[in-house]
Design a protein around this ligand. Structure first.
Ligand code: UGA
Length: 438
C-alpha cells in the first residue's frame, strides 16, 4: 500500500518506518524543513533504540521518502495518516490546531479516494471534525464531488518511548475505529504481518480508548505512590508489596513502581485532557483529579524530605542522576526530574546534573543555571547529596565505593527506588527511597 504519514514526531516516524518495514511504501511529510533534511540524510532527531538502523534499512530498500511537500506525494496514496502533535493548552485540553491545519492541507491537495487515518491522540469527536475539514477543503478547491469518497478512521497509538519498535511490531492490541467496514478492512490489511488482537470499533470508542489506557496507567502509578507513603509510615516495603499484589493477574505487575511520579509528553497531557473532556460532558471525573494531585505531590514530598534531612538547600551542592522522564529516552518533556532540579536550584542549591542521553535536551530547558557533568561520578564529586531521578539501569553499575569517597557526604535520595536492593546502608551510605527502607 501507499501510505502518507503527516508528522515526523515520535509516533509518526516510528509508525512510518514500521509500515515501510511491513512492506508498504511510505512518504513522511513534515512542515519542519530542517527535520526533513536531517531524516533524508539518515539522521533521527531524537534517541530511540533501533530507529537509526531501521531508517537506514528502509532508505536503502527505497521504501521511505521524506518531504515537506504533501501535494507531491499524496497522489496514489491509499492511506493518509495524521500523526501531528496535540500539545496541552494551559487549561489542560488538547490543542488541535496542528491536526486541523494538516486536515486542511490534505483536503486542499487530495484528488482521489483515500482513507484518512488519525493517529494523533485527540478528544472524542475530533475524527469527525477532521473529516469535515478535509471535505470542506476539497469542496473549496473545486473537488467537492470527490468529498463523499473520503472516509476517516481512528488508529490510536500505544507506543511507549524507549521500546517503541517492539510496541509497533508486537503490540498488545490494534484498535481501529471507523464507521465503514471497508475502512476496518483496509487498516487490517495495512497491519498484515503484525500479530496482535484487533479491536474493530466505532470512532468514539477508539478515541476514548486511548485516553482511558493512559489515564488508567497513570492512576495505577499514583495508587502505588500513595501506598508508598502509607508503607513508609507503618514500616512496610512498597517494592515487596508491589511484587506481591502484581502477581494477582487481575492487578498485573507493571506500572507499580513507586517514585517521584509520572511525566512525559503523554500521561500528564492525556490525564488532564480526559478530565476536561469528562467535565465538558457534565461529568466530574474525581479519580483523575486525585491521580493528578497525587502525582504533583510526589515531587513536593521528595523535595520536602530532602530539605528536612539537609536542613535546607541554601549553599548545598546537589548531584542529580537522570533528567529524562524515564530511562531509554532523551525526552525531558514534563519530566519530574527537570521540575525537581529547577526547584532545588530555586531554593539556593548548586546543582550538578548527569543523564546518559538527555543532557542536550535538558540544557535547552535548564540553561546554564546548572553544571553539566561528563559522567555520573563527576556530577557526584563533592556533593552533599545525590538525587537519583531517572531509573537508568547503568546507575546501578557504578562503583559505590568510589561514589562514597567522592561525595562530601554519602547521602542518597533515590526517587525511583533503583538502588533499593543494593544494601547501600551496609556500604556506608545514608539512603532514602520512596516507601522502602532500602
Ligand atoms: C505512554 C504509554 O505507556 C504508551 O502506551 C502510550 O502510547 C504513550 O504514553 C503515548 O500516549 O504516546 P510513555 O509516555 O512513553 O508511554 O511512557 P511510560 O512508559 O508509560 O511512562 C510514563 C511515566 O510513568 C514515566 O515518567 C515513568 O517513569 C512513570 N512510571 C511508569 C512510574 O513512575 N512508575 C511505573 O511503574 C511506570
Amino acid at each position: 500500500m501507499n501510505v502518507v504519514m503527516v508528522g515526523t514526531g515520535y509516533a509518526g516516524l516510528v509508525s512510518g518506518l514500521g509500515y515501510a518495514k511491513l512492506g508498504h511504501r511510505v512518504a513522511c511529510v513534515d512542515t519542519d524543513a530542517s527535520k526533513i533534511a536531517r531524516l533524508d540524510l539518515g539522521d533521527v532527531p531524537f534517541y530511540e533504540p533501533g530507529l537509526p538502523e531501521l531508517l537506514r534499512d528502509m532508505q536503502e530498500a527505497g521504501r521511505v521518502v521524506f518531504t515537506t511537500d504533501l501535494a507531491q506525494v499524496i497522489d496514489g496514496s491509499d492511506v493518509v495518516m495524521l500523526a501531528v502533535g496535540t500539545p496541552p493548552r494551559p487549561t489542560g485540553e488538547a490543542d488541535l490546531r496542528y491536526v486541523f491545519q494538516a486536515a486542511d492541507e490534505v483536503g486542499a491537495c487530495l484528488g482521489h479516494e483515500a482513507l484518512l487515518v488519525v493517529k494523533s491522540t485527540v478528544p472524542v469527536g475530533t475524527n469527525r471534525r477532521v473529516l469535515s475539514h478535509v471535505r470542506e477543503a476539497m469542496t473549496a478547491t473545486g473537488r467537492g464531488e470527490l468529498a463523499p469518497l473520503i472516509q476517516v478512521a481512528s488508529l490510536p497509538e500505544f507506543l511507549s518511548e524507549g521500546r517503541a519498535l517492539a510496541d509497533f511490531f508486537a503490540p498488545s492490541r490494534i484498535v481501529i475505529g471507523a464507521e465503514d467496514p471497508v475502512a476496518h478492512d483496509l487498516l487490517e490489511r495495512l497491519h498484515a504481518g503484525v500479530s496482535a488482537p484487533l479491536i474493530l470499533t466505532t470512532l468514539e470508542t477508539a478515541e476514548l480508548t486511548k485516553y482511558a489506557a493512559n489515564a488508567f496507567l497513570a492512576t495505577k502509578v499514583s495508587f502505588i505512590n500513595e501506598i508508598a507513603h502509607v508503607a513508609e509510615r507503618v514500616g512496610a516495603d512498597v517494592r515487596t508489596l508491589a511484587k506481591a499484589i502484581g502477581m494477582d493477574p487481575r492487578i498485573g505487575p507493571s506500572f507499580l513502581q513507586a517514585g517521584i511520579g509520572y511525566g512525559g509528553s503523554c500521561f500528564p497531557k492525556d490525564v488532564s485532557a480526559l478530565h476536561q473532556l469528562a467535565g465538558y460532558n457534565g461529568y466530574d471525573f474525581k479519580l483523575l483529579s486525585a491521580a493528578i494531585e497525587v502525582n504533583n505531590r510526589q515531587r513536593d514530598l521528595f523535595l520536602r524530605g530532602a530539605e528536612d534531612v539537609l536542613g535546607g538547600f541554601q549553599g548545598r551542592r546537589i548531584a542529580v542522576w537522570g533528567l529524562a522522564f524515564k530511562p531509554r529516552t532523551d525526552d525531558v518533556r514534563e519530566s519530574a526530574a527537570i521540575d525537581i532540579v529547577q526547584r532545588t536550584f530555586a531554593r539556593g542549591a548548586e546543582v550538578a546534573v548527569y543523564d546518559p542521553k538527555a543532557m542536550g535536551r535538558a540544557r535547552s530547558v535548564l540553561g546554564d543555571r546548572v553544571e553539566y557533568a561528563p559522567t555520573a561520578m563527576d556530577a557526584a564529586s563533592g556533593a552533599d547529596a545525590l538525587f537519583l531521578l531517572t531509573d537508568w539501569p547503568e546507575f546501578r553499575e557504578v562503583s559505590f565505593d568510589t561514589l562514597r569517597e567522592g561525595m562530601m557526604s554519602p547521602l542518597i535520595f533515590d526517587g525511583r527506588n533503583l538502588l533499593a536492593d543494593l544494601r547501600l546502608r551496609d556500604r556506608g551510605f545514608t539512603y532514602y527511597g520512596v516507601g522502602t527502607n532500602g
